[in-house]
Design a binder for this molecule. Structure first.
Ligand code: SAH
Length: 264
């Protein structure tokens, strides 16, 4: 009796434990990783992005929708494989072709400056990895994004489609001229440093709209500018933060995108 009781108990235990073990063994490896990445995003937001005490000109980002987007979008899927373990560090990372994915704080700060609205339409110049576009896509209705390097434009288009960001439309081309077919825009973000503010982008800004753009020399000092177009169409600009971005490059005059356009 005792033995059968013991055996029954053992069999029940084995019957419970074995499937649990099998479950653990069969569980996809990424589930642990995903949990780890989610923790890293949490840390990134609380320590690097939302934190309010900073020295110098840096200020914590407060916009809740932007913070939520930073907690949600899997940045590690936007960086090259060899940099995945550094995906949530507060620095830019190389994405190939001499380009970089911006530092998370700057992505969040620039997005907040745009005062994004859920019904808004945004334009990004400099798709790169597609990360900034994915962040914007969480806080506005639709994002149009232009990338000049064909290989990056192609890989970003594939990435955002695979990740299911259905409200992002990508295009390869010189973003200096904007995307007039879809304008005017509530928000325009340029993620490469321009020598001057491209007039076509100001034209494509809606009255009441905002644009953020780094302006300065390619390897010298650059400042992030916030441009606001008032309801009456008047435009004001202010310099918000010293920054370091890769340069906004230009399509050759012979390329169709640039044909017939004049450039200051
Ligand atoms: N926003 C990107 C990072 C941008 S790096 C991200 O989240 O990953 C700047 C990008 O701007 C580079 O990919 C560069 O190729 C692109 N770029 C530079 N000049 C451009 C132009 N005239 N039009 C469109 N893209 C441009």
């Amino acid at each position: 009796m005792r033995i059968s009781c013991f055996r029954g108990f053992t069999i029940r235990r084995v019957a419970l434990v074995l499937p649990a073990m099998a479950c653990l063994l069969a569980a996809p490896a990424y589930s642990d990783d995903e949990e780890e990445f989610a923790k890293e995003r949490e840390r990134m937001v609380s320590e690097d992005i939302a934190r309010s005490e900073w020295w110098g000109e840096r200020q914590g980002v407060k916009n809740e929708a932007v913070l939520k987007a930073m907690r949600t979008v899997p940045r590690h899927l936007f960086v090259p494989e060899q940099h995945v373990d550094r995906a949530y560090g507060d620095y830019p990372l190389p994405i190939g072709y001499g380009q970089t994915i911006s530092q998370p704080y700057i992505v969040a700060f620039m997005t907040e400056l745009l005062k994004p609205k859920p019904e808004g339409i945004a334009l990004e110049i400099g798709t790169g990895s597609g990360y900034q576009a994915a962040i914007l896509a969480q806080v506005v209705k639709k994002v149009y994004t232009i990338e000049i390097v064909e290989a990056l434009a192609d890989s970003a288009a594939k990435r955002v489609a695979e990740l299911g960001y259905g409200n992002i439309e990508t295009r390869q081309g010189d973003g200096y001229y904007g995307w007039p077919e879809h304008g005017p825009f509530d928000a325009i973000i340029v993620t490469a440093a321009a020598s001057h503010i491209p007039p076509p982008l100001i034209e494509q800004l809606k009255p009441g709209g905002r644009m953020v753009i780094p302006v300065g020399s390619p390897f010298g000092s650059q400042y992030l500018f916030l441009i606001e177009k008032a309801k009456d169409g008047s435009v004001t600009q202010r310099n918000v933060l010293p920054v370091r971005f890769v340069p906004l490059t230009r399509a050759k005059e012979t390329e169709p995108a640039a044909a017939g356009k004049s450039e200051p």
